[in-house]
Design a binder for this molecule. Structure first.
Ligand code: AMP
Length: 281
């Protein structure tokens, strides 16, 4: 596996690889890799001859009061994990190379960014779309894999690609969970043991929502209310949102259908966790 840190060298590699007729699949990450990330890489390997994994903790997507400085990092370990997945290139640029002095551009998707995580993390998705746009230009992938754990990010990137006529196929990968159901996340490493136990209330609340729908409930607002009450009853948690939305448009979903997604963001101690599930099927 090649480790590339210079954007220019990345593009040169991609030009050569495309000229040789190979398909490139990109898996963007912020590192501190877990099995969820590795599952995305395996999916990428199935889809394309050459896989590029980017590792970049993108300052533009963190708010001033967020965890950029303490975001977990483990470059050597990550490089070993990526190397074992048959990945062709680990692209790990510095913030200075990605955002040189004088950088002034933002790629903004409107509408989809004004709800859910966008409300409590203003500017976050502009940082995401800007860095993904840059990665797409530098890596020139035919395909890119994103996790459904970040369902809003996925919907926004799909929209960006459609709106900008971008010739990149977006592949969605299901959420990978710990054995007890907690969605894997680099931020789980922040959790103290008691918080880790409490964090299970997110998964349990999603299961409650699915059970309601399996039992015949079709009112999205009733599902939301009960799920919210359940989370409150777990105590010592701070709900950012509980929502039942259309998985693509993110519009409020009054009547449950095949695309209805139960999504939540909850703070356990100082750690903000997100999770979601389709309600039917
Ligand atoms: P991150 O490093 O947290 O920015 O995540 C990089 C990519 O991995 C994103 O597309 C995430 O949606 C995806 N991802 C993170 N955690 C999981 C998970 N538990 N299951 C599936 N995909 C995930």
């Amino acid at each position: 596996m090649e480790i590339i840190d210079s954007p220019r060298a990345m593009t040169a590699w991609s030009d050569r690889t495309r000229a040789a007729g190979r398909t490139i699949c990109l898996v963007p990450t912020m590192g501190f890799l877990h099995d969820g990330h590795l599952a995305l890489m395996r999916r990428a390997r199935e889809m394309a001859g050459k896989v590029v994994v980017s590792l970049f903790v993108n300052p533009m997507q963190f708010g001033p009061a967020e965890d950029l400085a303490r975001y977990p990092r483990a470059f050597e370990r990550d490089a070993e994990l990526v190397g074992a997945e048959g990945v062709a290139v680990l692209f790990a640029p510095t913030a200075e190379e990605m955002y040189p002095a004088g950088f002034q551009t933002r790629v903004v998707v409107s509408g989809l960014t004004d709800t859910l995580c966008g409300l409590s993390r203003p500017g976050h998705f502009d940082g995401v779309t800007t860095v993904v746009a840059k990665l797409f230009h530098l890596v020139k992938p035919h395909l890119a894999v994103f996790g459904q754990k970040d369902f809003q990010q996925l919907a926004i990137i799909k929209k960006m690609v459609i709106d900008l006529n971008w010739d990149v196929g977006i592949i969605a990968h299901p959420i990978v969970r710990e054995r007890d159901g907690l969605a894997m996340s680099s931020r789980n490493s922040y959790l103290e043991p008691a918080e880790r136990r409490k964090a299970l209330c997110l998964y349990n609340s999603l299961q409650l929502g699915r059970k309601m729908v399996a039992g015949g409930e079709r009112d999205g607002h009733r599902v939301r209310e009960e799920v919210q009450q359940y989370i409150v009853s777990c105590g010592d948690v701070d709900i950012d949102y509980v929502a039942v939305v259309d998985a693509e448009t993110l519009a409020d979903c009054r009547t449950i259908n095949d695309r209805s997604l139960l999504a939540l963001a909850v703070k356990i101690g100082r750690t903000r966790l997100i999770d979601n599930t389709l309600l039917a099927g």
